[in-house]
Write a protein that binds this ligand. Structure first.
Ligand code: ADP
Ligand code: MG
Length: 363
């Protein structure tokens, strides 16, 4: 089976690693010369809208997927006219635009924070009055890791936020004083079979996910699955989808979806019977889905901007290190480690050691 992947970052790399034992071959398309998935397959080094490169990708593959949600819609259309693109164009296009996502949630009866689209300075003033403060002003497109956002706490914050972000379509949403953040990772096969991983509790700092911990028996599991089911069924989705939520007043409020494997599912490589990466590949290639059940307790910790010494991490029991082979830069995701243990106390002890190393590497 030959699989084409639009994007060759760390998610592509982990898809490649999951596909290797299954004897899948990969062709990646990514404009970055040092794309970190490149060692896992062939790398077409071209812009996403390069039709000759897209045609070549289609020629060489049985099925095409993406690990980057900002692939241009026209490129997705071009591919889907030639080969199965899974998940499809509708999921990609919806997931690229925060307003389309929110409209979909509204249509499906999924609760969201109050929001309004903002295209002009006057519209921003009106939105601030309607939504209230504090609020978060976000670019509709191309935001990631908290980029393209401004928190408005007082009326004095409005003008600088507009100066920084105002040249593009925006959305203003109410600031949610959440108790916690969770994500629901769903996977749907070509035949419509559905599976859900246990809800994951995610801790963000400066808009970037730092840790992800799969929950055991989370009281919101059914609610998360219900909302994720509505989304994947309405989009006729195939593959893994991540749905991020705020927990507020003990209920879920939708934040955003990512139509791809997700950082909050990296723990599943060691912490689930079948990882999000293998399940995504199973789904798009028409195989039966693997079990999403937990194997023991686990937590994933990201390495952002710096990586602890491997020799020090390797002394921690139950640690599994993944380095992405990227050049270090501030705020860049360079790798992660998942700590696995049989019990909660053992997990806590190992995590304390890992977190101390991570804090030192970021300082
Ligand atoms: N309306 C909000 N209220 C409170 N916190 C928010 C809000 N929107 C975003 N955040 C915080 O910023 C993080 C990143 O925002 P998000 O909308 O998920 O964008 P992205 O992950 O694409 O950068 C969230 O996980 C959350 O911690
Ligand atoms: Mg997010």
């Amino acid at each position: 089976m030959k699989i084409g992947i639009l994007g060759a970052g760390q998610l592509g790399r982990m898809l490649g690693l999951a596909g290797y034992p299954l004897d899948f071959d990969f062709v990646f398309l990514d404009p970055a010369p040092e794309a970190c998935a490149a060692p896992l397959g062939d790398h077409l080094h071209a812009p996403y809208d390069d039709e000759a490169a897209l045609a070549e990708l289609c020629r060489r593959c049985d099925v095409v997927t993406y690990e980057f949600e900002n692939v241009p819609a026209a490129a997705a259309r071009f591919v889907s006219q030639r080969k199965p693109l899974l998940p499809g164009e509708a999921a990609l296009v919806t997931g690229q635009d925060r307003l389309s996502e929110k409209k979909l949630f509204d249509q499906l009866g999924i609760p969201v924070p109050r929001y309004l689209p903002v295209n002009t300075r006057e519209a921003l003033e009106l939105a601030v009055k309607t939504v209230g403060l504090p609020a978060v002003l976000k670019t509709r497109r191309l935001g990631y890791d908290g980029k393209g956002q401004a928190v408005l706490r007082t009326p004095d914050d409005v003008a600088p936020a507009w100066d920084r972000l105002g040249r593009q379509p925006l959305i203003l949403e109410a600031f949610v004083p959440f108790e916690r953040e969770v994500s629901c990772l769903a996977v749907r096969s070509r035949g419509g079979e559905l599976a859900f991983y246990p809800l994951v509790e995610n801790v963000h700092r400066e808009g970037i996910i730092r840790t992800a911990t799969p929950q055991r028996g989370d009281p919101l599991q059914r609610e998360g699955e219900d909302y994720a089911r509505r989304v994947v069924e309405s989009l006729d989705y195939v593959g893994v989808l991540a749905f991020e939520f705020f927990v507020s007043g003990g209920r879920l409020l939708a934040n955003e979806i990512a139509p791809r494997v997700h950082n909050s599912g990296h723990w599943s490589i060691e912490g689930a019977v079948c990882s999000q990466f293998e399940n995504h590949l199973r789904a798009i290639t028409g195989l039966p889905l693997g079990s999403t059940a937990l194997r023991g307790h686990s937590t994933m910790v990201n390495f952002i901007g710096g990586v602890p010494a491997l020799a020090a991490m390797a002394q921690i029991p139950g640690v599994h290190v993944h380095l992405y082979g990227k050049t270090p830069k501030p705020s860049r995701k360079l790798g992660h480690a998942t700590v696995c243990a049989d019990g909660a106390a053992e997990l806590r002890a190992a995590l304390d050691r890992l977190n101390a190393l991570v804090a030192a590497s970021e300082a």
